[in-house]
Design a protein around this ligand. Structure first.
Ligand code: NAP
Length: 493
């Protein structure tokens, strides 16, 4: 069967790369190529940016009443819904993520567009108190212009929605670059944009590698705002590009999130929370709770339960509704995990379960749910974001030690605290340096919840009410109300 042929969505129309070059999408569960995806050239990126720029400078979008933009966003939400099943299947075939999850996320994306539709006419400036003889001062918020969004391969429909929806609600136009490991669902999503009949150029979706596509987009002189989600090393390559266009940048990067479990917990509930945090999406989540920090008095019992749970996880075809864990998205990812795990074992880490490719599969980039006992913080499995189903386990004696271990990390994206003592759980959550903390749960989220990290996990926040302001410029306007003519500026009074 011929591979499915995808096209990019630029200026309201569909097109191949200008030189006709494509790359293959490979299904991580079967290792078979199944789709041809355009590899955008610099000229294609330039076309997309020019289309977005025209839409911003000449088109109706930024000039529309905010309530009318809200109506368009609600229509987009309605147009996405019928595609949820198909989008989920495409994303699962593209990335190996469970259909149960991709289908749910694709359906949920509509809610993100509705959430920001609700905010479109609630963006406001302010009039501060000034002296009666001072000029009257007001601030207004205006769209920033052309926004470039770069998304990683995981949860890309949702992550793109957290960029597209607030950017559009605030009156901007946008270009999204899909990851080369997962372009197809985003290119399919563009069908909903076409159905919603947004003005041409307001949303453009391009596919292609980090270089030239991502590089050309983030350094383009007409781009005013860049919202990047991905790994810290890639961010280090994007940051210098903004020296070109002085675009405002926000960075949603990786994590190595601590989950602190105190000895007063309900062990069954804590086990489920820890498992959800690390083995959901095969551990391929920026918020993965990959560092378990457990009180020494319950270490053995909790670990025993976690091992039993990990060994009961049904690994398999991500399209199968019964499967609980699918493959990793790329073989490079699996190779990297194996390498860091081997280094850690050499340095004293003990693999309690997993650690290998499951024997039942001779195809697919599968990796077993893995739990590693670690007696110090310097092990590569403790220090690095693995982006896979690997949990490192560390012990603590008291609250102070738990906090010291939790905060001894370059990343600070998220974290969890399990304890029946609410005061303690809240106190510890306040003291863990991270952008998001869960207490007695993990992984649950919604469009209302801002996310983003401290330290090497990036800067800026996505989702939540405030993120719409990050897609605006704040302008101050001063008005003389004295009724007097402007005095001679060279006479000092
Ligand atoms: P990645 O390798 O950093 O790629 C992210 C995006 O950047 C991709 O679209 C990539 O394109 C693009 N890119 C690569 N080089 C570029 C360049 N020079 N200029 C501009 N763009 C460039 O990350 P990934 O492997 O896709 O995703 C996993 C990482 O994302 C993990 O670290 C994870 O924690 C993080 N993440 C963070 C969040 C969050 O909200 N904080 C959410 C999800 C994931 P290609 O793929 O085509 O190379």
């Amino acid at each position: 069967m011929a591979d499915t042929h995808y096209q990019m969505f630029i200026d309201g129309g569909w097109r191949d790369a200008s030189d006709g070059v494509t790359f293959k999408s490979v299904n991580p569960a079967t290792e078979e190529a199944w789709a041809d995806v355009p590899e955008a050239t610099e000229a294609d990126v330039n076309d997309a940016v020019l289309a977005a720029h025209r839409a911003f400078e000449e088109g109706p979008w930024p000039r529309m009443k905010p309530a009318e933009r809200a109506r368009h966003l609600r229509r987009l939400a309605d147009c996405v819904r019928p595609y949820a099943e198909a989008l989920g299947r495409t994303e699962t075939t593209d990335t190996g993520k469970l259909l149960r999850e991709t289908r749910w996320q694709a359906g949920n994306v509509s809610g993100v567009y509705e959430f920001y539709a609700g905010l479109a006419d609630k963006v406001h400036g302010y009039t501060p108190m000034t002296g009666p003889d001072d000029p009257f001062l007001m601030t207004v918020r205006e769209p920033v212009g052309v926004v470039a969004g770069i998304v990683p391969w995981n949860s890309q429909l949702q992550l793109a929605a957290y960029k597209i929806a607030p950017a559009l609600a605030a009156g901007n136009s946008i270009i999204i670059k899909a990851s080369e490991h997962a372009s197809c669902a985003l290119l399919d999503f563009a069908r909903a944009i076409a159905d919603a009949d947004l003005p041409p150029g307001v949303v453009n979706i391009v596919s292609g590698g980090g270089v030239p596509c991502g590089q050309a987009l983030t350094s383009h002189p007409l781009v005013s705002r860049i919202t990047f989600t991905g790994g810290v090393e890639t961010a280090r390559r994007v940051i210098p590009n903004t020296a070109n266009n002085i675009a405002r940048l926000s960075l949603e990067l990786g994590g190595k999130s601590p989950v602190v479990v105190f000895d007063d917990v309900d062990l069954e509930s804590a086990t489920n929370g820890v498992v959800a945090g690390i083995f959901g999406a095969s551990g391929q989540s920026c918020a993965a709770g990959s560092r378990l920090i457990v009180q020494d008095t319950i270490h053995d019992e909790l670990v025993e339960r976690l091992v039993a749970k990990a060994e009961s996880i049904r690994i398999g075809d991500p399209l199968d509704e019964e499967t609980q864990m699918g493959p990793l998205a790329t073989y490079q990812q699996r190779d990297r995990i194996e390498d860091l795990l081997a280094q850690s074992v050499d340095q004293g880490a003990r693999v309690l379960t997993g650690g290998s490719r499951p024997r039942a599969f001779n195809k697919g980039w599968y990796f077993e749910p893995t739990i590693v006992d670690c007696d110090h913080q310097e092990l590569p499995v403790v220090r690095n974001e693995l982006f896979g189903p690997v949990l490192s386990v560390l012990k603590f004696k008291d609250e102070a030690e738990a906090l010291a271990i939790a905060n001894d990390c370059d990343f600070a994206f998220a974290g969890g605290v399990f304890s029946k003592d609410v005061s303690r759980a809240l106190r510890v959550s306040r003291r863990i340096r991270a952008g998001r903390l869960w207490i007695n749960t993990y992984r649950v989220t919604s469009a209302q919840v801002p996310f983003g990290g401290f330290k090497r996990s990036g800067y800026g926040r996505e989702a939540g009410i405030e993120s719409i302001n990050d897609f605006t410029e704040l302008k101050s306007i001063l008005i003389d109300t004295s009724g007097e003519p402007v005095a001679d500026p060279f006479i000092m009074r």
